[in-house]
Write a protein that binds this ligand. Structure first.
Ligand SMILES: *[C@@H]1O[C@H](CO)[C@@H](O)[C@H](O)[C@H]1NC(C)=O
Ligand SMILES: *[C@@H]1O[C@H](CO)[C@@H](O)[C@H](O)[C@H]1NC(C)=O
Ligand SMILES: *[C@@H]1O[C@H](CO)[C@@H](O)[C@H](O)[C@H]1NC(C)=O
Ligand SMILES: *[C@@H]1O[C@H](CO)[C@@H](O)[C@H](O)[C@H]1NC(C)=O
Ligand SMILES: *[C@@H]1O[C@H](CO)[C@@H](O)[C@H](O)[C@H]1NC(C)=O
Length: 485
């Protein structure tokens, strides 16, 4: 400020403002308004500390305090008096010292670029194409950022494989938290270099991976995670070879994911494609996913989720759950999955709950699902257990209003598997135009299976699903407060 005053002393007020706009630290440039004096982002960030964002988890990023190289925003013409201009500021990581050589640690440059972009509403942080940026665990965090920031990803961001970056274990690599209006777009790639994390002591791994993976912590990070944000868009980019889950939304509202790709080998351990939790109003479409676990996994607290034109395989299919683990309450409603293709997946569309839970899953539609060489295309499993055995318990997350329509193609193990809870049977399952053929003739390993599954067949099915019980269950299950969602 002092330097600014000296150079500008005696000049017209307008000129002073124009020159000041090129100095970091000049106050008052909040979006389109010049007159507002609010506490600056960095002073708030310092006061608040950087520990608490994202539910206690922190990578020590967050922008505050990392301001070393801080060039001016590139084409940022000052607003003309009288009307507002649409030219938003852009902040290119190369201008903040990033090398993009795939070797140098560019984390600090990314933090500095974010700290600058965060202060300007509608700004764009640019990760340019044809560069490969090695970036360690990083948090692009609000809540003191201006709204509607665009993260323009055209280059590649690669994860460190060196154990030093991961400490005793982090739950995510790149996170965006507590933002209003955040868009990640472009043709770039987020490359998790996960193969060093997938080995799990198997003997047939390549020796370089084995050496690297020896020192990595047990906890594997999610590649890209959004937490507590409103109006989130992810489009165009590819996320590949994640250490664990590729893309996660937790406590988010109004989310759009489209025209993007998720790619990992079918053999990669626990690499879910997209994971949704406690999120609502989510739309996922025109997205191709291949991974080693669920293509999309919908967890507790989700409602109004719309998935269409998604291609999944290899992978484990699209799943709701596992819900109700450790006697927890789970609430999921209003999920529509339509116009989806699955190939070489373990299941097609699946709902899985643990014994002992409470809450409900309601109003679910699976429509127009094409399956090809899918082990079991239609699954409800209320006895989900990922260990060798789980304790038998009577309570369960209640399942009702599950519609399956126009599900056709080939399976390799069993066409339909409905295993519902004795204490709270599945009700209002509807089946319309189901046509599932074994991949090879005489390869009928299993017939359709039903246990405590009630509902209605609206058309004849192939194969005939005679085990579905007509009407409503005569349940002695009494809904308690514990079950209400
Ligand atoms: C949502 O985000 C987009 C893109 O950043 C923005 O144009 C739009 O105004 C936002 N909508 C709301 C309701 O905030
Ligand atoms: C989809 O993303 C690709 C890669 O970023 C881009 O080239 C293409 O224009 C996008 N298509 C649509 C319809 O948005
Ligand atoms: C998904 O795959 C299909 C078929 O290969 C392709 O036509 C489409 O462009 C892909 N979508 C994206 C978002 O890459
Ligand atoms: C689910 O959809 C119904 C009908 O559109 C709506 O009334 C209800 O509020 C929705 N549930 C949630 C949790 O948004
Ligand atoms: C749970 O119940 C099932 C079915 O009645 C039975 O086959 C199984 O052995 C029981 N498991 C345990 C751990 O008690």
């Amino acid at each position: 400020m002092a330097g600014c005053r000296l150079t500008c002393f005696g000049l017209l007020l307008l000129v002073l403002l124009l020159v000041c706009s090129n100095f970091d630290g000049c106050e008052g440039r909040k979006g389109k308004h010049w007159s507002l004096k609010k506490p600056s982002y960095s002073s708030l960030a310092r006061k608040k500390g950087r520990g608490k964002h994202g539910g206690g988890h922190s990578h020590g990023g967050g922008g505050g305090g990392h301001q070393s190289p801080a060039p001016s925003p590139k084409p940022s013409p000052p607003p003309k008096t009288g009307y507002t201009t649409k030219a938003a500021a852009t902040f290119d990581v190369l201008d903040f010292g990033a090398k993009g050589d795939g070797v140098t640690d560019d984390t600090k440059a990314f933090q500095a670029a974010w700290a600058a972009a965060c202060k300007v509403g509608g700004s764009t942080m640019v990760v340019p194409e044809e560069y490969e940026f090695l970036v360690g665990p990083i948090s692009f965090s609000g809540p003191y950022c201006q709204p509607n920031i665009v993260f323009q990803l055209d280059g590649m961001i690669i994860a460190p494989t060196d154990a030093r970056y991961w400490g005793s274990g982090l739950l995510w690599w790149i996170e965006f938290t507590k933002l209003r209006g955040i868009t990640i777009q472009g043709s770039g790639v987020i490359e998790g270099r996960g193969s060093v994390w997938w080995t799990n002591g198997e003997s047939d791994v390549d020796p370089i991976n084995e050496e690297l993976s020896k020192n990595l912590p047990q906890i594997k990070p999610t590649a890209l995670r959004f937490y507590g944000s409103y109006n989130v868009t992810v489009t165009g980019i590819t996320i590949q070879n994640s250490q664990q889950c590729h893309l996660k939304f937790d406590n988010c509202e109004a989310v759009q994911v489209f025209n993007m790709t998720i790619a990992s080998p079918g053999s990669s351990l626990n690499t879910d494609g997209i994971h949704l939790q406690n999120s609502r109003d989510v739309m996922i479409h025109h997205t191709n996913m291949s991974c080693g676990d669920d293509c999309i996994s919908i967890q507790t607290g989700c409602s109004n989720i719309n998935i269409h034109r998604v291609d999944c395989g290899p992978g484990h299919g699209i799943s709701i759950g596992g819900l109700g683990r450790d006697n927890t309450k789970a609430c999921v409603s209003n999920i529509t999955v339509r116009d989806v293709n699955m190939h070489n997946t373990m299941t097609g569309v699946r709902i899985k709950t643990w014994q002992g839970g409470s809450g409900s899953v309601q109003n679910i539609i699976f429509s127009n699902i094409g399956v090809s060489e899918v082990q079991t295309p239609i699954v409800i499993d209320q006895f989900y257990c990922d260990r060798s055995s789980c304790k038998n318990q009577t309570s369960a997350v209640t399942l009702s209003g599950i519609a399956y329509e126009n599900i056709r193609g080939t399976y390799t193990v069993k066409p339909v598997h409905f295993a519902c809870s004795d204490a709270s049977p599945c009700s209002d399952i509807s089946l319309t135009k189901i046509q599932l053929e074994p991949l090879q003739e005489h390869y009928h390993m299993y017939q359709p299976f039903c246990w405590q599954a009630f509902g209605e067949l609206y058309t004849p099915t192939v194969p005939p699903i005679v085990c579905l019980q007509n009407g409503k269950p005569t349940s002695n299950h009494i809904l308690s407060d514990r079950d209400l969602c």
